[in-house]
Design a protein around this ligand. Structure first.
Ligand code: S3P
Length: 182
């Protein structure tokens, strides 16, 4: 797998609570890649937490930072990047994501809701009805997540290690298809 990827970055996309960070941290050492989290980089650049950025500067300012960080990190290779759930919203971001392999961790909304219960770090979930909010975000975003190169459907019993194995299996399928076409 490593030799086929040739240092090409992996970008994990998907809703908040889909496990991108945990899975990216498992995948990186397996591929001898470096793990990065776009949200943590945004916080470093801004010198503020994500809730602070949303509260003080608004979502649009956060999205600008997100694009800036992505544009800079895509210049590097050998990265597994856990992205923020909304990274797929900006068309310009796709021009960066498409340099690598884009993997969608597809988790049912009920599972997301369970995982995110009590979370205070996601400003978009500060809503009187977080379940309805999650559903509406997923409705708006599903067609964009579907543009990923690879989709991994996550079941309620799947461990992060199993999901990481599933990601590698799906990537190896598309790499094989690609090799067979050429
Ligand atoms: C967001 C997801 C968050 C973070 C921000 C906005 C979104 O990242 O980028 O709160 O729009 O879905 P995670 O997906 O890592 O929670």
């Amino acid at each position: 797998m490593k030799q086929f990827l040739k240092g090409c970055n992996l970008y994990l996309i998907g809703m908040m609570g889909s496990g991108k960070t945990t899975v990216a941290q498992i995948l990186a050492p397996q591929l001898e890649y470096r793990y990065l989290d776009s949200d943590r980089l945004i916080e470093q650049v801004a010198g503020q937490s994500i809730p602070e950025i949303f509260a003080e500067s608004g979502e649009a300012a956060f999205r600008e930072l997100e694009t800036k960080v992505l544009s800079e990190l895509c210049a590097y290779t050998h990265l597994v990047v856990a992205t923020g759930g909304g990274i797929i919203l900006n068309r310009q971001n796709w021009s960066y994501l498409q340099h690598g392999v884009v993997v969608w961790l597809d988790v049912p909304v009920e599972q997301l809701y369970q995982r995110l219960a009590g979370d205070t770090t996601r400003p978009l979930l500060r809503d009187p009805d977080p379940m309805a909010k999650l559903r509406s975000l997923l409705d708006q975003r599903q067609s964009l997540y579907k543009q990923a190169d690879v989709r991994v459907i996550v079941g309620p019993e799947d461990t992060p290690e199993q999901i990481a194995t599933g990601v590698l299996a799906e990537i190896s399928k598309i790499l094989k298809d690609h090799t067979n076409q050429n």
